[in-house]
Design a protein around this ligand. Sequence first.
Ligand code: 9Z3
Length: 315
Amino acid sequence: MDTVDETTSFFDTAPLLKDGSGGGPRRVVCVTSGGTTVPLEQRCVRYIDNFSSGHRGATSTEYTPTSFKYFLKSGYSVIFLYRRGTCQPYCRSLPEDPLLECFRVTDDDSCIQVQVHESHSEAVKTAISKHHAVGAISLSLVQSCVSYICLKVSFHDRLFQEILRLIATSMKMLGPSGMFYLAAAVSDFYVPWESMAVHKIQSASGPLDMRLAQVPKMLSVLRKVWAPTAFCVSFKLETDKEILLEKADAALKRYKMNAVVANELSSRKEVVILVTNSGKVSVYRDNKDSDVESPLIKLLVDKHSAHMNTTKLPF
Ligand code: 9Z3
């Protein structure tokens, strides 16, 4: 059976109890994925959303039998914090249209059967077997350390920050072997609770005039208080390429990130620029059948190794 075979090969090949280089302390990465929302009303009907399909976060997490090396395959335990409704690991190959499109119903001898539609059968089989294989790894490793935890939340900006705080403070004991890979698109603006309308905003009162406050940057708190020695990777998304690198540089310095991944909305799947204190590197996908996350994670894993070698534990 596919699932059993996949699981066995995971155990045989994955360096699950070691770090990516085959030894040393366990590495744990918290991957955030999806966009946060900010409510406009206390009894929320409307909200501001942030663009993110969750593709990057989901892809970066996967364990694949191919040569692509994402976090699980690089020996990391992954905490995947993602917004409900956005991509999950292994599901990105499924059609974007409703899942039910993958199936069809046949009615032979009054017995209704649900079958996977031929055009999607490979994608569905792969997604299911990979999903179960990761579940099996998590269960069998419970006593040593869980390999994959998936946290699905409604991404209200405040809730997201609170969950991230809980994860970060729990990971503090890992020191430099913890990593944050903050691919979720977070809001820059919000409506403070005190000035927020309680009920649904009425259109009868004419055009909406609303003042949004700036969200306090959680990156500084993450770096200074929650996880001072972890390896922190933030993302910078812009649509104007003239300002992208300038903003990424500023984020690197202001929030003392170990790396900032700069990407433009329109080309984010083909190229990203990795900005670190040692310079800028453009990372491209190899071809149109591969993705940019694989070479990106390879680079980040190397940089994380260097960080672990040079950073002292906080205790
Ligand atoms: C990104 O830049 C991600 O790469 C994308 C991934 C959201 C573009 P998709 O989910 O796209 O695959 O569709 N994330 C933006 C991260 C962000 O909002 N960063 C904050 C900021 O710039 C700091 S953590 O202020």
